[in-house]
Ligand binder design. Structure first.
Ligand code: GDG
Length: 506
């Protein structure tokens, strides 16, 4: 990255590749999910190091395979080894049975096991040590996501002199939800050990600042352009909003390629040119998959004229299968699919085509390109990259996006998309019907607008704006800031300094 003097040290729970055993042999696979796919596309051409967990293998095997994986990339890969117990209590436990459901407004799904907290601290310290081993003061450490909220604190304690930024890929909850967390104050104070904190939407930033006001009243704050500067114990943290995106050109040009075009045409022929409604998600209870299926059932009941004419293609990527909530979700989804297909299937038409597996990029693009509707019904979602990928891949500009108002992407896409409340099943069914009967010109003008937005606010811009903010959040300017702010009353009330949820930063 040209903004940096030193290297970029990217730290995330998982590396962009994962080592899994197949037929007794360790094999490299691309990691699933939005974080890996967004970051890999920008980091592929930049120098630096990516630190993360590589999968359940011994350190020697991991090092050999990662060296091999790094050959095609310009950055190195360094594994943080985790024991089985750490994976279970830090990753499945604290991260995915406490923070994930809580931050997605589902506190009843949380298991506040105190042992998970012990492991969360231990593993965050491990990640900090791994980063410290290779970092110089010129480097920039960029930590990603809810797995690493304490890492900034451990880096400080270890005497790290590099700039350290943190980006939260998932939503940040409102105070009434966040307060349920027994370790709320330690987590907020630890987040304030980072020099820069980035959130997906204005709503997330607003929620974070409101939580600070209630839980860490000793922090003071001020406004600097579109950012907030929070001062705690004489240290400054810049807080800002950076909506993540995708590489528009990469998705668009690959979708326009001859092989994707051929695959998309074949798909349409196989579905007898039916109207295709597409859902693509990790198997996760936040994505609103059962709600989507129920809404589709309402559509077929209320608008019988659409039977035989509309098909739902639902791709679900296996995810977090070791966690009980996820196993139950899979059973619920599969039961619904079979009930709906049982109720409506007739000769020559199966209403729902359900795939529980990972598609190749080419297959995924063929689905995006041939679909008439992308149906996103997340109950809560940090951003939702599928919505943006769909727009980029719609080179024929015929598709309609239906998106949940609770997906971060809705604030950017609201003018071209149809926005729905995912709990309003009849409303979703109405929205699908509306998209089915929408005039071609309206669809085209909506999709043009959406594509312009995604083209303009792409992942390259996202990374550059985060890095520019990280560069000006230089730790060397801290002493100055501390001496001018310590002991003073805050200049501006916290709430007044936070922007309204739908305001996007320039
Ligand atoms: C987290 C936040 C935030 C899906 N199926 C296949 C496949 N995918 C890829 C998509 C997309 C990614 O997975 C899913 O990204 P999302 O953003 O929709 O969701 P999460 O995984 O939950 O990501 C989310 C994101 O982080 C980034 O900040 O937007 O809110 O929850 O890239 O293309 N890829 C392939 N085959 C599939 O079958 N190859």
């Amino acid at each position: 990255m040209r903004l940096l003097e030193g290297r970029l040290i990217n730290v995330s729970n998982r590396l962009p590749v994962e080592i899994k055993f197949r037929a007794g042999h360790p094999r490299l696979n691309p990691s699933a999910g939005g974080l890996a796919s967004a970051l890999d596309s920008i980091w592929r051409h930049h120098h630096g190091l990516w630190i993360g967990w590589a999968g359940a293998v011994d350190s020697e095997t991991a090092a050999t395979l990662l060296q091999k994986a790094a050959r095609g990339r310009s950055y190195g890969l360094k594994a943080v080894p985790l024991t089985q117990q750490e994976v279970s209590k830090f990753y499945s436990g604290f991260a995915n049975e406490i923070i994930w459901p809580l931050f997605h407004d589902m506190p009843s799904r949380c298991d506040f096991d105190p042992e998970y907290w012990e492991f969360y601290q231990r593993v965050n310290r491990k990640f900090a040590q791994a980063a410290m081993e290779t970092t110089t003061s010129k480097d920039l450490i960029w930590a990603h996501d809810y797995h690493l909220m304490l890492m900034g604190r451990y880096l400080r304690e270890a005497g790290c002199t590099a700039r350290v930024g943190f980006f939260l890929h998932i939503p940040f909850p409102a105070p009434d939800i966040f307060e349920k967390l027994p370790w709320r104050k330690t987590i907020l104070r630890s987040l304030l050990q980072y020099h820069l904190l980035g959130f997906q939407t204005e709503r997330d930033r607003y929620n974070f600042l409101t939580c600070l006001e209630r839980i860490v009243p000793e922090a003071s704050w001020a406004r600097e352009d579109s950012h907030n500067i929070v001062v705690l114990d004489g240290r400054r943290t810049r807080v800002a909003t950076f909506p993540i995106s995708i590489s528009f050109e990469e998705f668009s040009s690959h979708a326009a390629s001859r092989d994707v075009d051929a695959a998309a045409s074949q798909l349409r022929r196989e579905l007898t040119n039916n109207f295709i409604v597409l859902g693509v998600d990790r198997m996760d209870y936040t994505k609103g998959i059962p709600e989507r299926l129920k809404a589709f059932r309402i559509l077929l009941r209320r608008f019988p004229e659409l039977r035989h004419k509309v098909t739902l293609l639902q791709v679900v990527v296996p995810s977090r299968e070791e966690i009980p909530n996820y196993k139950e979700l899979r059973r619920e989804v599969e039961l619904l699919v079979s009930q709906i297909n049982g109720e409506f299937t007739e000769a020559g038409w199966v209403p729902i085509h359900y795939m529980h597996r990972n598609l190749t990029r080419k297959q995924l693009l063929a689905y995006y390109r041939s679909a008439d509707i992308a149906l996103i019904t997340s109950l809560k979602d940090g951003m939702n990259l599928v919505a943006k990928e769909f727009c980029a891949a719609q080179v024929d500009e015929h598709g309609v996006v239906i998106i949940s108002e609770f997906a971060g992407a809705a604030s950017e896409l609201q003018h071209g998309a149809i926005v729905v409340n995912p709990n309003d099943l009849a409303g979703i069914a109405e929205a699908i019907h509306r998209a089915c009967v929408m005039p071609v010109e309206e669809k085209r003008s909506r999709m043009k607008l959406l594509r312009d937005i995604v083209r303009t606010y792409n992942v390259q811009g996202w990374a550059e704006s985060f890095l520019s903010a990280a560069v000006i959040s230089d730790p060397r300017s801290e002493r100055e800031a501390a001496s001018s702010s310590s002991g003073e009353e805050p200049d501006i009330p916290l709430i007044a300094s936070a922007a309204t949820p739908d305001q996007r930063i320039a």
